[in-house]
Write a new protein. Structure first.
Ligand code: 3HC
Length: 296
């Protein structure tokens, strides 16, 4: 191994997860290069990260100096060729196997240090498929964060049989010691540990609403007040994104062949009509600019 320390991170994709990962790395004093495919999406990702850092200042969690230092560590590009010097790249693009495979093939060509780690933040696409898209799967792992990334302390770490000894330990020590996250290990199975438990729960809540068993607000109230969850399943589904949940459910249904993973018709209809959740301003709830949700 030529370089052990991870000090230059690349993040591919600046949606809600990628932006959160980039922010957490920059706040941990790591040099971060963020990639998006188009200038518009790059600008939106940049605003998302800088807006979140500003909210950190207004809520007293960051000083202005810390925000400015984090901002200075962030750079943005539309060219994956700029990732040549990265020690770790975390891919966090849309949950689409073909898109991720193409990115891994390209990262494998571009990222020069053979000891650099190529990680995916996928929820449901096999890490072995992404490894197979590279010439050197020894440096490929899954590194799965949770939304909102700056708040939730968990990272799931997934290795494949080809992962080189030492790669998981370096990634774990980066996630734990540098980013301050807690790490658990999962087998390379669709959904890993968290989504394999969470997604059937969210789908059950959607089925309850679909069948008229209970209203959106009452299902959410039940789990917040009855089980002390921080938010109910339908509000959480809106936050994660209904399109993302549908794709994860489809992948898990494909892998495990169990009906509890099958997307309910209501979920499919909502996705088809653009009710994708909070990011679309409309899902099980309607959202105003301040992010507050009202059941529809
Ligand atoms: N970025 C940074 N900080 C944020 C934030 C964000 N996007 N959203 C909330 N916060 C911070 C707030 O500033 C606040 O910090 P403070 O306590 O220091 O003041 C704290 O989080 C609590 O926020 P709020 O008071 O605004 O609101 P809540 O108490 O309702 O918390 C929540 C919001 C953190 C989202 C909480 O409801 C929660 O943890 N919900 C569950 C989220 C969850 O289950 N996520 C996992 C989804 S699955 C996943 O991501 C995997 C993927 O593969 C699908």
């Amino acid at each position: 191994m030529t370089s052990q320390k991870i000090s230059r991170v690349g993040v591919v994709g600046a949606g809600q997860m990628g932006a959160g990962i980039a922010e957490v790395c920059a706040r941990a004093q790591v040099d971060v290069l963020v990639h998006e495919a188009t200038r518009d999406r790059l600008a939106a990702g940049r605003s998302r990260i800088l807006g979140s850092l500003d909210r950190g200042v207004s809520s007293g969690k960051l000083t202005e100096r810390e925000r400015d230092q984090a901002t200075a560590r962030l750079r943005f590009t539309c060219d994956l060729g700029d990732f040549a010097d990265r020690d770790l790249v975390v891919e966090s693009v849309v949950e689409d196997e073909a898109v991720k495979v193409e990115i891994f093939t390209r990262l494998d060509e571009v990222v020069a240090d053979p000891a650099a780690i190529l990680a995916s933040n996928t929820s449901s696409i096999p890490i072995r498929t992404l490894g197979a898209a590279t010439r050197d799967p020894a440096r490929v792992i899954g590194l799965h964060f949770f939304n909102p990334v700056p708040v939730l302390p968990l990272v799931e770490l997934v290795t494949i049989p080809e992962t080189a000894p030492g790669v998981a330990a370096r990634a774990e020590s980066f996630a734990h010691d540098v980013l301050g996250k807690q790490v658990i290990y999962s087998a390379d199975r669709s959904g890993f540990v968290v989504n394999a438990l969470l997604v059937p729960y969210l789908l059950s809540a959607i089925r309850m609403v679909e069948s008229g068993f209970a209203t959106v607000e009452d299902v959410d109230k039940a789990m917040v007040l009855g089980c002390a969850h921080p938010m109910g399943p339908l509000k959480l589904a809106d936050m994660v994104g209904l399109d993302t949940i549908k794709v994860i459910a489809e992948r898990m249904n494909e892998e495990f062949g169990e009906s509890l993973y099958a997307p309910p018709a209501l979920l499919t209809q909502m996705v088809e009509s653009g009710r994708l959740g909070k990011k679309a301003g409309r899902g099980f709830y309607e959202y105003e600019r301040n992010g507050a949700g009202k059941a529809v």
